[in-house]
Design a protein around this ligand. Structure first.
Ligand code: GLN
Length: 190
């Protein structure tokens, strides 16, 4: 059974651990650099990316997380996607720079602050629409080389596969559907 770490500094890491376990992995919480040893992949959950950056500095995790991501698969959701992107706008912010991606934080504005929607026409097999829970989500403004857009919402990419890594601007861990977590588990051990 693959072992997947969930960065547990802040945000909804417990929901991810539950989804990973239901999808067939063992989930372990990661708060220290040593806990990155022996895991096959890592989830960076949603939450507040600025707070997570501060906590990464406090726990001396920034460099170890970057090094981990250069070698092994990372799945970032919402704030996690912001932390993985090469370029962050609104405002500009430091990141782990693991993906050739530009994201704009809190980009849906007030009316669309948070919502649950159905994504049709996604590339995750022939099954039903994907439920997508958006919470103060970023918008992906640019997908660089190597990114395959698996689903879009209102014309903007919201789920992108980069081969080694996966990012979503919404919160798949808050829906019962396990297809996105399973997609990530397929990357482990490759
Ligand atoms: N708005 C948050 C940020 O900019 C992300 C929100 C989320 O992860 N649900 O970091």
């Amino acid at each position: 059974m693959p072992v997947v770490g969930v960065l547990a500094l802040q945000g909804d890491f417990e929901a991810h651990a539950g989804a990973l376990q239901r999808a067939g992995a063992r989930a372990v919480e990661v708060r220290k650099a040593e806990e990155l040893e022996g895991i096959d992949g890592l989830v960076i959950p949603g939450g507040e990316s600025t707070s997570m950056l501060k906590l990464m500095d406090y726990y001396n995790l920034f460099e170890p997380l970057r090094e981990f991501g250069l070698k092994k698969p990372v799945f970032g959701t919402c704030a996690g996607a912001i932390l993985m992107a090469a370029e962050v706008l609104n405002p500009s912010q430091r990141s782990l720079d693991l993906l050739d991606l530009t994201v704009e934080r809190n980009a849906y504005g007030r009316q669309l602050d948070s919502r649950v929607t159905e994504l049709t026409g996604h590339a995750l097999g022939g099954g039903p629409a994907l439920e997508a829970v958006f919470i103060r989500a970023p918008i992906i403004r640019r997908v660089g080389d190597g990114g395959q857009v698996l689903a879009s919402y209102q014309g903007d990419p919201v789920l992108v596969d980069f081969g080694q890594h996966l990012v979503a601007t919404f919160h798949p861990e808050l829906s019962a559907d396990l297809r996105i977590h399973q997609r990530f588990l397929e990357k482990l051990g490759n």
